[in-house]
Design a protein around this ligand. Sequence first.
Ligand code: ZN
Length: 491
Amino acid sequence: MSALTDLLEFQKETEALAAIAGRLEWDQETMMPPGAAEQRGEEQAAIQGILHARRTDPRIADWLSAADGTEMSAPQAAMLRHIRRDYDKTQKVPAKLAAEIARVTSVAQGTWAAARAADDFQAFLPSLERVVALRQEEGQALADGGDPYDALLDNYEAEMTAARLDAMFGEMRPRLTALRERVLEKPEPKGLTGTFRDDKQMELARALAATFGYDFNRGRLDRSVHPFSSGGGSDARITTRTSPDDPFNCLYSTIHEVGHACYEQGIDPEYLFTPLGQGVSMGVHESQSRIYENQIGRSRAFTGWLFDQMTAAFGDIGVADAEGFYHAVNRVQKAFIRTESDELQYNLHIMLRFDLERAMVSGDLKPADLEAAWNDRFKADFGYDVPRASLGCLQDVHWSVGLFGYFPTYSLGNVYAGCLNAAMRKAVPDLDAHLAKGDTAPATTWLHDNVQRHGGLYRPAEVIEKACGTAPTAAPLLDYIEAKFTELYDL
Ligand code: ZN
């Protein structure tokens, strides 16, 4: 057997074990009996220990150097690029530091949840200080003298840099703040009212998932506190939740997660159990969920069809016609919570977090000053005051679990979705005629052929560039948002 075959065989088993660990997590959020938490902790620790040992196995270095110069296919070369990259990272971070990060973040999550419930930033501060210090140390270890924040960002979005994001966001922020100001001067459109039975919401969610091409033979839809997608290949699962007054919460979360899961289901089956067998980055993953949810799911054409499904399921929903429904779906409101934000304001929430976390990692912002810095920035971008920490800097779980460098991938996903939407609309000029009949196939097929099937074959920005014919920029997203909301709000 050649070194290349040995390495890929070893990797295959690691990928299979990682899939099992992922399914344990899915089970924990959906099916696990509450009394099993401690036992599950032991089970997870056992499998994570095995995974860690495999990912740091010194034989990987030997196989990699022996495989150097071997003749190989483009997918094999891409597989080796991923393996080398991941292995190099494990070598740079001392085992003691990795273990300390795991220990501290698992405790910090609980501290954060309690502090958020009590609206008490000071109660979370000692944990935050510890997590920031550990990530700074990790960033320095990974960066080899470069920017530690870039090194952390690279864990979620390979080869992206903070400087490039900064330039992109710098273009977006003034245009979005100006637009939101004009929109919020206008009267607020009517929202939905009515009775939205739980079982009917789930039934419609299932129907919508199928409408977007989600394959229930290779996936399933369950409930969880926070919607998520999990797994890949022939077992890509999604979850959603229902809220009695707000059916959009269930339906649009479902469409979002379907975007993630269709990406996973759409990857070339040849890549299963290789490093190419999953979405290539957080940003590209989010581009799929966002384009399904927003550019397709919140379009006038598609909501026209959805209005009929809604009234069939729930009767009177408080808006008279498809046009009123389109306005309700895209309503812009003064609010504080990122996850509930509309398309227009969402990226402002992200840029705020990006700038603050970057300043914390560089040391320019002390965690003790986070709450004040958050509230000042929120006032500057949104125009009103944050009344309490649970609506401000304590709203997201990310920093407590050590996710630094993750937030910007949400906006990057929106930027990529903007680019893909422009290219897709050009390639499928009569798309709206299909969407108006609830037929998403021309869109999902285009996305499958141009993005999803490649998995990890290309680099993140390369996938988007190949699909669109030009390097990704923020311009198509900004043009789309401005055109949509200018028309919607009659500006
Ligand atoms: Zn997502």
